[in-house]
Ligand binder design. Structure first.
Ligand SMILES: Nc1ncnc2c1ncn2[C@@H]1O[C@H](COP(=O)(O)OP(=O)(O)OP(=O)(O)O)[C@@H](O)[C@H]1O
Ligand SMILES: [Mg+2]
Length: 364
């Protein structure tokens, strides 16, 4: 998948921008606060998802303007396509001249992955963000996964309510069996999917990390369960999970929370066999977060045969020259957009196109 043209009107500080990117690396450079990230955000909006900066639609409209318009020409599913996004009070997508009935229908059409400084939390922070990353990535590939996740969440909530009330209402105690069966039913599927996904992701991300570090370091990903289950098929996982839940009952009654299950699990990220969260340097953490995001794109490609466009916001800072060189010149066969402040990066770019961004305009 690749973009051949973008136009943005009244989107953030982009008053009227028109870009014709190349199929390889597109470097958008310029001083702070010129609109580089805004341009990536404009491209991202075509995935049908919300802004990766967590912005509300109204914040995307240029100050004082009632609406914004984005227009994309891209190559996907083997043909040239167009997509238009009008943002007013809500978002309206028009694909190849046909208006889509809802914004959610735009999902899965234009594919992109984004890396922005907020994604560093993937490696640095606690497990919540990593679980979310896994769930979003699997949910994109397996639509039923989202439903299992939501049913699982409800079952855990119900068990927690019973745990809290059981001390006063002994009769509730018997209902724990039902909620535990449900937790194990949906939980076993979630664990099975996550283990399968992490195995795949690990292969791709490790290879990408080896490239970034010039094979000097190794990245390893694994699924880490708060309470390890046994077996790897659904039935074995179910049995194992339900046994753990029963064993944990006494403790859980004291705390009023469920201590066993995939809502407590984590994606373990290791560099040279040490936890990246605890021991990795800033550059290593950045490289690892990038490898996770690019790995995600590679998994999507292995499923859908479409290579998502990579949007890399401010990825180069804190990286040494060799790592920067890899990102600029060795991510081949993909269309990549990279923003940076340092104009000297342009000199290091061997293939691709550079665009200078100034006050919301492209000057190249
Ligand atoms: N809705 C909006 N309307 C007009 N301008 C906006 C809007 N939202 C943000 N801006 C402005 O856009 C400017 C550029 O933002 P952007 O995040 O794209 O900068 P950048 O080039 O990525 O800078 P940096 O190198 O610091 O990351 C900001 O200074 C901000 O004031
Ligand atoms: Mg920026």
């Amino acid at each position: 998948m690749y973009i051949t043209a973008l136009e943005a009107v009244a989107f953030r500080n982009l008053s009227a921008v028109s870009v014709r990117p190349c199929r390889e690396v597109n470097l958008i450079y310029g001083d702070n606060a010129q609109g580089k990230t805004n341009l990536l955000e404009a491209l991202w909006m075509f995935t049908g998802c919300r802004s990766f900066r967590g912005a509300k639609d109204a914040e995307l409209l240029q100050f004082g303007k009632p609406k914004a318009r984005l227009y994309l020409e891209y190559h996907g599913q083997g043909r040239a396509q167009t997509m238009q996004l009008d943002i007013e009070k809500s978002r309206t997508f028009t694909q190849n001249g046909v208006r889509l009935p809802s914004a959610s229908r735009a999902m899965g059409e234009f594919l992109a992955v984004v890396f922005s400084p907020v994604h560093l939390t993937l490696v640095k922070d606690g497990p919540v963000g990593r679980r979310r990353f896994l769930d979003a990535a699997i949910g994109q590939l397996k639509p039923k996964y989202g439903a299992a996740l939501s049913d699982y969440g409800k079952a855990v909530q119900q068990r927690n309510l019973v745990l809290k009330d059981a001390a006063f209402h002994r009769e509730l105690y018997d209902t724990l069996d039902v909620w535990e069966e449900r937790i194990a039913y949906y939980g076993s599927e979630i664990i099975r999917q996550r283990i399968g996904y992490v195995q795949r992701l690990s292969e791709f991300s490790s290879e990408i990390y080896a490239g970034i570090s010039q094979k000097k370091e190794t990245l390893r990903l694994s699924y880490e369960e708060a309470v390890p289950t046994e077996g790897r098929d659904r039935k074995e996982l179910y049995e194992s999970l339900i046994a753990s839940l029963r064993r944990a009952r006494k403790e859980d009654l004291l705390t009023g929370t469920t201590s066993v299950g995939p809502h407590r699990d984590d994606l373990r990220v290791e560099i040279d066999f040490l936890s990246a969260r605890t021991y990795a340097s800033q550059g290593q953490q950045r490289s690892a977060a990038l490898a996770l995001k690019l790995g995600e794109a590679a998994v999507i490609k292995s499923f859908s045969r479409e290579q998502p466009v990579a949007l890399l916001d401010d990825v180069m800072s804190e990286l040494d020259a060799a790592r920067q060189n890899y990102i600029l010149n060795h991510i081949r066969d993909w269309q990549v957009f990279i923003t940076c402040c340092d104009p000297s990066s342009v000199k290091s770019l061997r293939y691709g196109k550079a665009f200078r961004m100034e006050k919301g305009c492209i000057l190249s």
